[in-house]
Design a binder for this molecule. Structure first.
Ligand code: UFG
Length: 328
């Protein structure tokens, strides 16, 4: 079967393309390359274009026997979404609307959607379950939740079956370091800490040390990007086998504080990494940890890289080898 991966040149998208190819699937990628990297797409045809570009969608659906879509393409910076919410509604919600219309038009009725823990907002309890209330605290999370709802109603109306995967904190890189994480500018914790290990930054700012956590810094659930990729593969298989829509959290079930992440990076890299405390970053919940039992039970998901050391080691391998990301 041929799978269309939108946003397949981005961080999680490109690792998923790699994984699907390794499983023997045919993959076609659509990416605007505004944030994604051509070099990250290994062994798959790449169409450059946006979801609002009807011509490129028509071309793909007419040329390839697309059986299902894995949909990553989106803007995904929480802070930017607060500054410019309409950009997020236009690209994320508007773009997905076009994609779904084309899917229905061409009779492609299966989609795996890249959702986020940001749909929960400030959690009611830890670990977070899929049945917990969704109350996003930023437009990014709102747009992802709006798309989940579009998918729910499209299932009912058109029989468009969907699996929504709510990721917690994606981290790490391909264990062989063929591809990795490269955002410009970088805002995610682990790559920022590794940039400091490489001497590209003087120090790390720990955003807040007065949260109600053991050491006062925020706690997050870091999950290896290849384990996320595995979940997309299993979701495609599940859709093909059962035609059952569903929503699944993807996390490790373990939380690490910012301070613990920095300490792990020091241990793995063997380098001095300076850190000091800065004010809280607006909108950061104190603790986000997933319950992923549903994905384990219903999708048969079994994360392979469960130790933070290992996740950081894979990220470090990529950063050392490609200190300037794909620009090397
Ligand atoms: N942090 C620092 N210093 C930095 C960067 C980050 O202390 O220089 C802290 C943040 O405050 C946060 C933690 O490190 O407590 C992790 O921050 P990231 O920016 O790496 O990740 P987030 O948890 O903020 O965001 C991630 C995804 C979002 C998604 C969100 C869901 O990147 O897309 O999880 O909650 F919306």
């Amino acid at each position: 079967m041929t799978i269309l991966v939108t946003g397949g040149a981005g961080y999680i998208g490109s690792h998923t393309v790699l994984y699907l190819k390794e499983k023997g699937l045919d993959v076609v990628v659509l990416d605007s390359l505004q944030k994604g990297h051509r070099e990250a797409v290994l062994n798959a045809p790449l169409y450059t274009g946006q979801l609002k570009d009807e011509a490129v969608l028509d071309e793909i659906f007419q040329k390839h026997a697309i059986e299902a879509v894995v949909h990553f393409a989106a803007d995904s910076l929480v802070g930017e979404s607060v500054q410019d919410p309409l950009k997020y509604y236009e690209n994320n919600v508007g773009g997905t609307l076009n994609l779904l219309e084309k899917m229905v038009h061409y009779g492609v009725l299966r989609i795996v959607f890249s959702s986020t823990a940001a749909v929960y907002g400030e959690p009611e309890s830890i670990p977070i379950q899929e049945t917990d209330q969704t109350a996003p605290t930023n437009p990014y999370g709102e747009t992802k939740l709006a798309i989940e709802k579009m998918l729910k109603w499209s299932d009912q109306a058109y029989g468009l079956k969907s699996v929504c995967l709510r990721y917690f904190n994606a981290a790490g890189a391909d264990p062989q370091a063929k591809i990795g994480e490269d955002h410009q500018p970088e805002s995610h914790l682990i790559p920022i800490v590794l940039q400091a290990a490489l001497g590209q930054r003087d120090k790390i700012a720990i955003f807040g040390d007065d949260y109600p956590t053991e050491d006062g810094s925020c706690v997050r659930d870091y999950i290896h990007v290849m384990d996320l990729a595995q979940a997309h593969y299993l979701a495609l298989k599940k859709l093909a086998a059962t035609n059952e829509s569903g929503i699944y959290n993807l996390g490790s079930g373990k939380g690490f504080s910012v301070q613990e992440v920095i300490d792990t990076c020091r241990k793995v890299t063997g380098r001095e990494i300076k850190a000091d405390v800065s004010p809280r970053r607006p909108g950061d919940p104190a603790v986000l940890i997933a319950s992923s039992h549903r994905a384990e039970e219903k999708l048969g998901w079994k994360p392979e890289y469960t130790e933070l050391d290992e996740i950081v080691a894979h990220a470090w391998q990529w950063h050392k080898q490609s200190p300037n990301g794909y620009k090397n």
